[in-house]
Design a protein around this ligand. Structure first.
Ligand SMILES: [Zn+2]
Length: 264
């Protein structure tokens, strides 16, 4: 018998989302930063943990691993090169994760930039992407360890996934991201419409995540840094100074990311 899979949203801390993928019986948790809400969710839905999936080493993504391992003896999947001691199954670009008890298959995509070892997981059957702190709704993660060129190339890989891919990112940053997006592209109707729509969700306490890749390509400035309108805006705002900058895609992406770092 094959149960279809679904995803539970588990809010944690101020603005994190932890994701529980389940078939009604078994569960895999993505980026468990906090054990209490995860254990509560598993208990409330009578789920047994089958696997832990990690995208990168930051503590708000891995903090609950020791506590979860006390309750459940399960494999810990994570990046091979991000310095996470607890990882039992070390993953790199192109690896396939298969969790047999729940018939879950995930492709591993290396997305360095936010951290050097950051990976994302793509469920190619369901078209779900677990993007950690790399691709956010309307934005992207800060480039802490890698280079802007690496981050741009990582985002390019995610943008190449099918348009209907649901993007399960790790934070509710959407409104702040879209306000910045509107500053970058004041005349882009997809951004203005999305900002209104997401604002309504937040007013009702509804998560804006997941978005979809197609929508991100229309409204997320970090997937649009090669668009002539974005380059023109970076020039007019004095964020890039010369045509030479404008023609180097890593430089325009870096200027965009730097602008967001200092925005409001
Ligand atoms: Zn992070």
């Amino acid at each position: 018998m094959t149960n279809s899979l679904s995803i539970l949203t588990v809010p944690a801390f101020d603005d994190n989302y932890l994701w529980v993928i389940h078939d009604g019986k078994h569960a895999a948790v993505v980026d468990p930063g906090d054990a209490v809400p995860i254990l509560k969710t598993l208990e409330a839905h009578q789920l047994t943990l089958s696997a832990i999936l990690l995208t990168h080493h930051h503590s708000d993504h891995i903090g609950a691993v020791p506590a979860l391992l006390q309750h459940f003896n399960v494999p810990v999947y994570g990046p091979a090169n991000d310095g996470i001691q607890a990882v039992s199954h070390r993953l790199a670009e192109g690896d396939l994760v298969h969790i047999p008890e729940m018939n879950l298959a995930l492709q591993v995509i290396a997305v360095p930039g936010h951290t050097l070892g950051h990976i994302a997981y793509f469920a190619s059957v369901q078209h779900w992407l677990f993007s950690g702190d790399t691709l956010f709704a309307g934005g992207c993660g800060r480039v802490f360890e890698g280079t802007p060129a690496q981050m741009l190339s990582s985002l390019d890989k995610l943008a190449a996934l099918p348009d209907d891919t649901a993007v399960y990112c790790a934070h509710e940053y959407t409104l702040s991201n879209l306000r910045f997006a509107k500053e970058v592209e004041p005349d882009n109707p997809a951004i203005a419409e999305r900002l209104l729509r997401e604002q309504r969700k937040r007013d009702e306490g509804i998560p804006t995540v997941p978005g979809q890749i197609g929508l991100e390509k229309r409204s997320n400035p970090f997937l649009r840094s090669r668009e002539p309108a974005v380059i023109a805006r970076l020039l007019s705002a004095g964020k890039i100074s010369a045509r030479a900058d404008a023609q180097d895609e890593a430089s325009t992406f870096a200027a965009l990311r730097e602008w967001k770092n200092n925005y409001r």
